[in-house]
Write a protein that binds this ligand. Structure first.
Ligand SMILES: [Zn+2]
Length: 474
């Protein structure tokens, strides 16, 4: 019954059973099987490749940290002799999710205060808590906690902006996660550097030290046009150009920021960045809620990646980003959670769900952002927004082996008529059954394999007690 429903769905999909059969015939013609590290078989493989291939009873072959082949299980079983085999019957196999905007150590400030005006929230709670508690240890344990949450819920790559970013990089790498680690630059003293000049000098060394890491891409992250001077923005841009490193920045997040930049520079944040020469194909711009048509034209022209954060934008009452327009223009718009203090979790399934629903409500049009497009935003388009789509974001031969398995036979997932609709509107982070990054299994059978979860939770509780004593609203 389950399979007959799947077949009903597949009759309407552009899957290639005939292609698969042809491929199987081609490869059954006598060549000896090739040895591979890992073969995952039996799942419903949703590739997110340019043709939108989906394979019922599919398989993925992995050698080292790369995907060697994707296709029908019968075909791959005849072509490859695996050192390790994993079954994924009754499961979906999907590219790992890409979280395009995050401040991961802020897990330790999750829910410290909610339901306040933005400036109260920032000045009475977030900034003082950061000034009092953020150091390398805080960042280490906050990142480990975030990695545990993200690996469990199927995120395989995240883009971060915070302080002590080398500690974020170390913690993410030892957990086995792929990340862009962006060192925050501000005009005022930060927890890790007293002056902007010191932060910039340190960031240059950070870009040099981590430039060749297989999992971590170091980045420079000027906080926003209203917190970083034109001179410092130019210095960040020069570093990004010198080391071909990503540049992460918040842009046009709130109406207040828009007004502030207009008053100070007589222009919009995007046009201000353009005038300074900061926009480039290395930039990842978070939010862009108040970007007007000229702004989006400029962002598009430079190939800037956009990180859309619907939950943070809703919770902080920032507004609704014009992402339907951006997507129509062909821009790379990914999904992000933003920091866990303004979300309050790192679960990308909720962000996907709200990405679709918020645009439908805002435009009063049920046809905008169909489910398949939202899944693309959380996978291949998100990878494009991070300028990493040649490496990750889809299940294709040659790409890094970052993929997740999802349960299918659960009450809230039955019956199944359209897998994309399910992925956006019905799946939860808790439906992830296995997470693989760079060919390495990090989560399986309910267990995290690279993190000591009880220890991470115990540390989080220690921080809770310390921080709550000073900051929690009564
Ligand atoms: Zn942010």
């Amino acid at each position: 019954m389950f399979l007959s429903r799947l077949r009903l769905f597949f009759r309407h999909r552009r899957i290639g059973p005939a292609i698969g059969l042809l491929a199987a015939m081609t490869f059954c013609s006598g060549a000896p099987p090739e040895s591979v590290d890992l073969l995952i078989t039996g799942g419903l493989v949703v590739t997110m490749d340019p043709q939108g291939h989906i394979y019922e009873n599919g398989a993925v072959a992995i050698g080292g940290d790369r995907i060697l082949a994707v296709g029908p299980a019968a075909d791959l079983k005849s072509r490859f002799r695996p050192r390790t085999s994993l079954r994924a019957d009754g499961q979906v196999i999907l590219p790992g999710l890409v979280n395009t905007h995050n401040h991961v150590p802020m897990t330790l400030l999750r829910g410290i205060s909610d339901d306040l005006p933005l400036m109260d929230w920032l000045t009475r709670y977030i900034f003082p808590a950061e000034a009092a508690f953020v150091d390398a240890e805080f960042v280490r344990w906050g990142t480990r906690l975030a990695c545990a949450e993200m690996i469990r819920s199927g995120t395989t790559t995240f883009a971060d902006m915070y302080y002590f970013e080398d500690v974020v990089a170390e913690a993410a790498r030892s957990a086995g996660m792929r990340a862009i680690a962006g060192q925050t630059i501000l005009d005022f003293p930060a927890p890790d550097h007293k002056t902007t000049a010191a932060a910039l000098a340190w960031t240059e060394g950070f870009l040099q030290r981590w430039g060749k890491d297989p999992l971590i891409r170091p980045a420079v992250a000027p906080h926003a046009p209203f917190t970083v001077s034109p001179e410092n923005l130019k210095a960040c841009s020069a570093l990004s150009a010198k080391y071909q490193a990503p540049l992460e920045i918040h842009v046009s997040e709130t109406r207040a920021e828009q007004a502030q930049i207009l008053e100070k520079y007589k222009t919009t944040p995007t046009r201000h960045l353009h005038a300074l020469g900061v926009l480039s194909e290395r930039v990842i711009a978070a939010h862009c809620v108040w970007a007007d048509e000229e702004d989006t034209r400029l962002l598009h022209q430079y190939g800037v990646g956009i990180a859309h954060n619907p939950e943070s934008n809703m919770k902080l009452a920032s507004g609704v980003a014009p992402i339907a327009r951006m997507l129509r223009m062909g821009m790379a718009v990914g999904v992000g959670t933003d920091g866990p203090a303004s979300n309050n979790d790192l679960n990308l399934w909720e962000a996907m769900d709200l990405t679709g629903k918020l645009q439908k409500l805002h435009s009063n049009d049920t046809t905008v952002l169909p489910a398949e497009q939202v899944v693309r935003m959380a996978t291949i388009l998100g990878a494009r927004a991070l300028h990493m789509d040649a490496m990750i974001g889809s299940l294709e031969a040659g790409k890094k082996a970052d993929l997740i398995c999802l349960e299918m036979r659960r009450p809230h997932l039955m019956p199944l008529y359209n897998i994309y609709s399910h992925l956006v509107n019905a799946y939860k982070g808790s439906d992830v059954s296995r997470t693989i990054i760079a060919g390495r299994v990090l989560f399986e059978k309910g267990r995290l394999l690279t993190l000591d979860e009880p220890q991470v939770l115990a540390k989080a509780y220690e921080y809770q007690q310390k921080i709550a004593a000073r900051f929690t609203r009564r």
